[in-house]
Design a protein around this ligand. Structure first.
Ligand code: SP5
Ligand code: ZN
Length: 379
C-alpha cells in the first residue's frame, strides 16, 4: 500500500465539550503519529511525506493552485475565509490567547427567527463560529487551517496516484506515482463537515475533495464512497445527495452522533435517488452482524460498478472506542478489508482509503495494520 502523510496534519490540536466536560479533543495528533509509527515499524508499505506548509503563507493563503481550486470548488468561500482567519481575529480582539481555540457560542438553529431562512452572515466575530459549525467538538486553533489544508492535500494527492489520465501534466510526467491503492493519513478528518459547516472534528470534507480531484485527473464515470467510520458521514451524504455519479454507502451506529442523519429513508433526491444508502446498526452490534451488513453494502457497490472507490476509514467501530458502541476487535479489520477487496466487482477498482475517526490511541496502529493486511492479502 502507498501511504501518504504530511507532518502539518499533526499541528492541529484543540479542545471540545464532550459529555458536559471541557477537555482536550479526543481527535488528537497522537492518533496519526501512532498509525504512522506502526506502519513504519511494519516495513511493508511505502510512505510518501508531503509538506503542504510550504505552499501556505503566514496569512493562510494557498500558493498551490490545484489544492486551492479543489478546496474552493467544493466549499463555501466565506466559510473557508472564516476557517482561515477567525483564530487570528479572536486573538487580536483579546477573546483568546494565541495557544487557545475558537469555540462557538451561539448557533442559528432552525426556528430561531420564525422566518424559516438561514440568517445572513453575522458581523460579530463571536457569532461567526456558531454560524459556520454545528457542534462543540470542532474548535479552531492557530494551525487548524494549515492542518485541514494539508489533510485535504493528501486526498488530492491520493486521487493523483490512482487515476492515470491526468489532464494537466503530460501523461508520463510522474510515472512512478501511479498506484491503484493509496492510504491518505488525513487529519483532521472530513466526513461530517458540509460546504459551510464544520462539525464532528471535521473542517474540510476530504472525501468530497477527493472526488473533485478524481474528476480533475480524469475519472469520467461513477465514484463510490464506502463510509466505515462508526458515525454517519452526514457531510459527505449532503454533498452528493442529488448526484447519481457518486454512490454513498455508510455503515454506522443507529441513532448515534450526528443524530440528525443516517436513517435508511435517506436515499438521495432527484436524479441522485437510489444513490445514497444508509445501513445503520444497533449499539453493541457484533462482528457477525457487521459483516452481514457489510455484504449488503458490497453488493450495492458491485452493482454500481464504480470507476474509483473511496473508503472513509474510521476505527471508532473498535469495541473500546469512547465514541462508538460496536464490538469489533483488531483482527476483524482485516476481515472487513478482505471482504471488500475479495469482491469480484471491486478488486480491480482503483481505491483511496481516507482516515476518518478512531480514538483508542494504543490500538489505532494495530487496527490499521490489520486492515491493510486484509486488503492486500485478499487480492
Ligand atoms: C470523525 C469522527 O469520528 N467524529 C465524531 C465526533 C463525535 N463527537 C461527539 C460524540 C458525542 C458522543 N456522545 C455519546 C457518548 C457515549 N459514550
Ligand atoms: Zn467517527
Amino acid at each position: 500500500m502507498r501511504v501518504l502523510h504530511d507532518k502539518a496534519t499533526l499541528k492541529h490540536k484543540t479542545v471540545e465539550i464532550l459529555g458536559a466536560k471541557f477537555i482536550d479533543a479526543l481527535e488528537c495528533p497522537q492518533r496519526v503519529a501512532n498509525i504512522l509509527q506502526a506502519i513504519k515499524e511494519n516495513g511493508q508499505h511505502s510512505i510518501i511525506a508531503f509538506d503542504a506548509a510550504k505552499q501556505i503563507g503566514e496569512d493562510g493563503t494557498i500558493a498551490d493552485s490545484l489544492l486551492s481550486q479543489m478546496i474552493s470548488d467544493s466549499h463555501d468561500a466565506a466559510y473557508l475565509t472564516h476557517l482561515r482567519t477567525i483564530h487570528a481575529e479572536w486573538v487580536a480582539l483579546g477573546n483568546i490567547e494565541a495557544g487557545e481555540s475558537v469555540i462557538p457560542e451561539c448557533f442559528p438553529v432552525m426556528g430561531i427567527s420564525g422566518t424559516g431562512d438561514r440568517p445572513s452572515t453575522p458581523r460579530d466575530s463571536f457569532a461567526r463560529p456558531g454560524y459556520y459549525s454545528f457542534d462543540l467538538s470542532t474548535g479552531i486553533c492557530k494551525d487548524t487551517w494549515l492542518a485541514a489544508c494539508a489533510s485535504a492535500n493528501l486526498a488530492v494527492e491520493a486521487a493523483r496516484c490512482v487515476v492515470s489520465g491526468k489532464d494537466k501534466e503530460p501523461a508520463d510526467s510522474q510515472p512512478s506515482r501511479a498506484c491503484k491503492e493509496v492510504l491518505a493519513l488525513c487529519r483532521p478528518p472530513g466526513h461530517h463537515c458540509t460546504t459551510r459547516l464544520a462539525g464532528g472534528y471535521c473542517y474540510i470534507n476530504n472525501a468530497v475533495v477527493a472526488v473533485h480531484a478524481l474528476r480533475h485527473f480524469g475519472a469520467k464515470t461513477g465514484v463510490a464512497i464506502l463510509d466505515l467510520d462508526f458515525h454517519h458521514g452526514n457531510g459527505t451524504q449532503a454533498y452528493f445527495y442529488g448526484d447519481a455519479s457518486v454512490l454513498y454507502v455508510s455503515l454506522h451506529g443507529e441513532g448515534e452522533y450526528p443524530y440528525y442523519s443516517g436513517s435508511t429513508s435517506e436515499i438521495g433526491q432527484g436524479s441522485g435517488a437510489g444513490f445514497n444508502v444508509n445501513l445503520p446498526l444497533p449499539a453493541r452490534s457484533s462482528f457477525v452482524t457487521y459483516l452481514d451488513t457489510l455484504n449488503v453494502a458490497i453488493e450495492r457497490l458491485e452493482t454500481y460498478a464504480p470507476e474509483c472507490l473511496i473508503v472513509s476509514l474510521g476505527f471508532d467501530t473498535f469495541h473500546s472506542d469512547p465514541l462508538g458502541s460496536f464490538d469489533l476487535q483488531t483482527e476483524h479489520y482485516g476481515e472487513i478489508a478482505a471482504a471488500v477487496r475479495r469482491s469480484r466487482g471491486l478488486r480491480e477498482v482503483p481505491s483511496i482509503l481516507l482516515l476518518e475517526g478512531g480514538y483508542v490511541l494504543d490500538d489505532l496502529g494495530p487496527n490499521m495494520l490489520s486492515f491493510l493486511k486484509g486488503w492486500e492479502l485478499s487480492v
